[in-house]
Design a protein around this ligand. Structure first.
Ligand code: NAD
Length: 471
């Protein structure tokens, strides 16, 4: 059993004021594997005060000092790769395809922030003005459970690069992963208070951070519902926000697509991170003229996806993170059936050969229309919809007929045409015939998928305010 009894404030592991114990689970076994003692509002206040006290010195640290600090963080986080790998399998249920990335990405994202900081222009000239980018102050960084260490390190590295200090409130469901990252970051030997990590509930610690007059910036990744609550709280103090929220991303297969190339990309985009991905391409748009052909190929591909034990090398889809998430996915599969969608693969219940864990069957529906709940709501599980379109204009209209706008994938034989289609899709990121990631490019959403951008220059600027000086 794991017992996590301390939070991290002002450069020290300390016993929190909060006394609530929260159970941690292994989702592949649906079994309790430990407990975390949660921070409360008092701990949130203490962490904010520590970050506030550390801000004047850190905001004046030179670029070279910040780069050196980030390099130490990169090294100490990389050194905990194997511990993180074990934790993401045990606590999150990530299968091999995902866990390898989840263990290496936290150090990589710090390296990406270092590269962005090296190139960052803190002072520019605009006409007669000298424009100085100045750090905002204390940053509140609130992260979800679906990529705990990656979000903590990515947000923290950008905030520190900008000269902000930070209070991090990770998900209470990822305390094992957070503990490893916190120990690693502590080993990087940054000045006390520059970053503080307080694992607690959203409605206590999260609310304290988002309402606090001494927090100048919130960077949040999580659900659209929580994002709205944070935006409302932030209005009171004009706290700046970056919100990375949910998605219901389209994968648009054009009528000239090569079926052999398109199907693996479409299935991978839809089922990545066991379906628990904000960017998952869960609406697969196919031309009516080739509907039967695509349905058949997609059904075969989804049915062949192994769902089960994350420690089995064959597994592609691991368990859902919690019983609540499992119930949510089951509920949506039932809803799809009730709405009249036709099942091509998967369905309710657990995959054959599994028991106990929160395993789900990778599921594919067809005869879905874009007004059905399974086409509109973010399910956050491996449930995909096939939606047929008549022509390119209708395909683009369906792709854009969503509250969200985080990501999209366009697959087509003529890449020039596919790019022209991509330009008409309202999403922060549109991939054309690829699933590659570009860390130098901004990442974030249109519409209800969020506010602002992370990564690269945009990610650092998000923690800063431009000041024009005229003399
Ligand atoms: P969530 O919104 O429930 O929780 C996210 C974080 O916010 C947690 O740390 C939680 O404790 C905290 N929180 C909850 N209520 C709060 C409040 N009132 N004030 C302040 N903080 C509060 O989301 P989740 O279930 O942990 O994560 C899944 C969601 O995250 C999905 O909707 C997914 O799409 C989204 N997500 C988005 C991205 C992106 O980059 N756009 C990436 C990953 C996940």
């Amino acid at each position: 059993m794991h017992h996590i009894e301390q939070v991290y404030i002002n450069g020290e592991f300390v016993t929190p004021h909060g006394t609530e114990r929260f159970d941690l689970y292994n989702p592949a076994k649906a079994r309790v594997i430990g407990q975390v003692r949660l921070a409360d509002a008092v701990d949130g206040e203490r962490a904010i005060a520590a970050a506030r006290a550390a801000f004047p010195a850190w905001s004046k640290a030179t670029k070279q000092m910040r780069i050196a600090a980030l390099q130490r963080m990169q090294a100490t986080v990389a050194a905990r790769h194997d511990d993180l790998l074990e934790a993401v399998v045990e606590e999150y249920g990530a299968p091999a395809s995902r866990s390898a990335w989840m263990a290496s990405y936290p150090a990589e994202v710090i390296a990406q922030a270092i590269a962005a900081l090296e190139a960052f222009e803190f002072t520019t000239v605009a006409g007669a003005a000298r424009v100085e980018m100045t750090p905002l102050g204390v940053a509140g960084l609130i992260t979800p459970w679906n990529s705990d260490a990656g979000f903590i390190c990515g947000k923290l590295a950008a905030a520190l690069a900008a000269g902000c200090t930070a209070v991090i409130k990770p998900s209470e469901m990822s305390a094992l992963q957070t503990q490893i990252v916190t120990e690693a970051l502590h080993a990087a030997d940054l000045p006390p208070g520059v970053f503080n990590i307080v694992t607690g509930r959203g409605d206590t610690v999260g609310e304290t951070i988002s309402r606090h007059p001494h927090v100048a910036k919130i960077s949040f990744t999580g659900s659209t519902r929580t994002g709205k609550a944070i935006l409302r709280n932030a209005a009171e103090n004009f706290t700046r926000v970056t919100l990375e929220l949910g998605g219901k991303s389209p994968t648009l297969i054009l009528d000239d697509a090569d079926i052999k190339q398109a199907i693996p990309l479409a299935v991978q985009a839809g089922l990545m991170n066991s379906g628990q991905a904000c960017v998952a391409g869960t609406r697969i748009l196919v031309p009516q003229s080739r509907k039967a052909e695509f349905e058949q190929a997609l059904a075969l591909a989804v049915a062949a996806v192994a769902s089960g034990d994350p420690r089995d090398a064959k597994t592609v889809v691991g368990p859902m993170v919690s019983e609540r998430q499992w119930q949510r996915v089951q509920g949506y599969i039932q809803k799809g059936l009730a709405e009249g969608a036709r099942l091509l693969a998967g369905g309710v219940g657990r995959p054959e050969g599994t028991r106990d864990g929160w395993f789900v069957r990778p599921t594919l529906f067809t005869d879905v229309h874009n007004q059905m709940a399974i086409a509109r709501d973010e399910i956050f599980g491996p449930v995909l919809c096939v939606i047929a379109y008549r022509d390119e204009a209708e395909a683009i209209a369906i792709a854009n007929d969503t509250d969200y706008g985080l990501s999209a994938l366009v697959l087509g034989g003529d890449s020039g045409r596919a790019r022209r289609v991509a330009q008409q899709i309202q999403a922060g990121r549109v991939l054309v015939n690829t699933l590659t990631h570009e860390p130098k490019a901004p990442f974030g959403g249109f519409k209800h998928s969020g506010v602002g951008r992370e990564m690269g220059t945009w990610g650092i600027s998000a923690f800063m305010e431009p000041k024009s000086i005229l003399s």
